[in-house]
Design a protein around this ligand. Structure first.
Ligand code: HEM
Length: 442
């Protein structure tokens, strides 16, 4: 018995020593500190793949304290096991469904066209801050998809409170009045109150008339779900649904507008790629004008060069540049030992910018995707994560970005002012990417 214990202690010490060994200091997997937390960072695509694929039994989410405080325990990003699988399957199924994409294409089209039309008033708005404009467009789409709230007072309230809420995602984890975390948590309370009201009204309406047809939004999907089998029917609690809707805004909110903004930045610096993109999109516009048909979502997703531009942008810069996991047991991957209890940061951006994986990685080259296909998620291209937690908003995001780029390049020419990409603590443009625009004379 005593011998067994000594053996266990010896094993743990030797494991820790190997963690601190040469490989970890100089290889693609190393140990460091982030936000005061000791952590193993992986920049190796094969290690990342194992981390992403072995979710649940081996690895669970492990975010810094400020993020876990703000997310709440019932957030899909933190939950595990059957509940995560259930919510992921429900939301993923809904967001990937062709019926939703067909319906949402019209909404996104209208939203983008309306926003772009307000830019025309050049005397009042000579400079457009693209990072701000794209945020407005995508927020509208997000709250439509999640809870069917249209433009107006409620939408403005949700946007203001949400902005306040996410400011605290990466901050010092001190929860005292006046601190960033405290203000963000208060904003979350106000957000939750409003979302809860919407969810309750919807449940009451649903209790009166049986829900039929394709669900309208994520609230509908979660309210209608009763679990796996009829014998163990269990509705999801209303508090859980409201919390999840708010928390689902986090992965959905910042990333899409940033990809739109960065694509414009990279295209502004690459006139040949821009000319190619304009040509492809003008052709689609001509075909549509000629036939008089509405745009279908497949029109956008089949624009192959546009998809290449989106992939290349996601490769070069992306708000979600890594995922955080904790090992539930000792794991050995490619000779690296990750001891039980340690957190691993699987870095996507390092893999995306490694010349072992991409030739001239710092060059914006949308043509590189012609060989592999733009939409393939491989171990060296994981902007949307992978495995059981692969982003359920993947296809919706690509659709939104394609629609935005289409209307932008077929409506305006632009000149971007000098600006630079900031990578820490999160990816953004230093000056919100100011551009001056000229309408295209058709
Ligand atoms: C360019 C845009 C986007 C990028 C790059 C992105 C990226 C990601 C990544 C990397 C993950 C995995 C996180 C992990 O493994 O811990 C994720 C998860 C998730 N994303 Fe996205 N996302 C995007 C847009 C969206 C949108 C528009 C929505 C919703 C409408 C969304 C909803 C979610 C949800 C709910 C999860 C959690 C899935 C789970 O844990 O089961 N995402 N996203």
């Amino acid at each position: 018995m005593k011998g067994e214990r000594i053996k266990k202690i010896y094993n743990r010490i030797s494991l820790s020593l190997r963690v601190l060994g040469e490989n970890y200091r100089y290889g693609k997997v190393f140990r460091t500190h982030i936000l005061g937390k000791p952590i193993i960072v992986s920049t190796d695509p094969d290690v990342n793949k194992v981390v992403l694929q072995n979710h649940g039994s081996v690895f669970i989410p492990c975010y810094p304290k400020s993020i876990t405080e703000l997310l709440g325990k019932s957030s899909i990003l933190q939950m595990n096991g059957n509940l995560q699988k259930r919510v992921h399957a429900l939301i993923g199924g809904f967001l990937r469904f062709p019926q939703l994409k067909a319906r949402i294409t019209r909404d996104i089209d209208n939203s983008v066209k309306l926003s772009l039309s307000t830019w025309k008033d050049k005397d009042h708005r000579p400079i457009i801050y693209l990072q701000e404009e794209t945020k407005k467009i995508t927020f509208e789409v997000l709250v439509t998809v999640l809870m069917s709230v249209g433009p107006g007072e409620d939408m403005n309230f949700l946007q203001e409170e949400f902005e306040e809420f996410i400011k605290g995602l990466i901050c010092l984890p001190i929860k005292l009045p006046g601190t960033r975390l405290y203000k963000s948590l208060r904003a979350k309370e106000r957000l939750l109150k409003m979302v809860k009201r919407i969810v309750e009204e919807r449940r009451m309406a649903m209790d009166k008339t049986e829900a039929k047809g394709f669900p309208n939004d994520a609230i509908d999907v979660l309210l209608r779900d009763t679990g796996e089998s009829n014998e163990t029917q269990q509705r999801l609690p209303l508090d859980f649904i409201s919390g999840n809707i708010v928390e689902m805004m986090i992965p959905g909110e910042g990333s899409v507008p940033m990809v739109m903004t960065l694509a414009v930045k990279f295209l502004s610096d690459s006139p040949v790629a821009l000319a190619h993109l304009v040509k492809e999109n003008m052709e689609l516009k001509r075909v549509k004008a000629h036939s008089g048909d509405e745009y279908a979502w497949t029109d956008y997703t089949s624009l192959s060069f546009t998809q290449n531009v989106i992939s290349e942008t996601l490769r070069m810069a992306n708000i979600i540049n890594a995922v955080w996991r904790k090992a539930l047991k000792d794991v050995e991957i490619k000779g690296y030992l990750i001891p039980k209890g340690w957190c691993v940061l699987a870095s996507f951006s390092s893999v995306h910018m490694d010349e072992e994986n991409y030739e001239n990685p710092y060059e914006f080259d949308p043509w590189r995707w012609e060989k592999t296909g733009a939409t393939v998620n491989s171990s060296t291209f994981t902007p949307f994560g992978g495995g059981q937690r692969l982003c359920p908003g993947l296809e919706l995001s690509r659709l939104e970005i394609s629609i935005f780029l289409h209307h932008l390049v077929t409506t305006y020419r632009w000149v971007a002012e000098e600006d630079e990409i900031i990578h820490f603590p999160t990816v953004k443009m230093k000056r919100k990417l100011p551009i001056s625009i000229t309408p295209i004379d058709h």
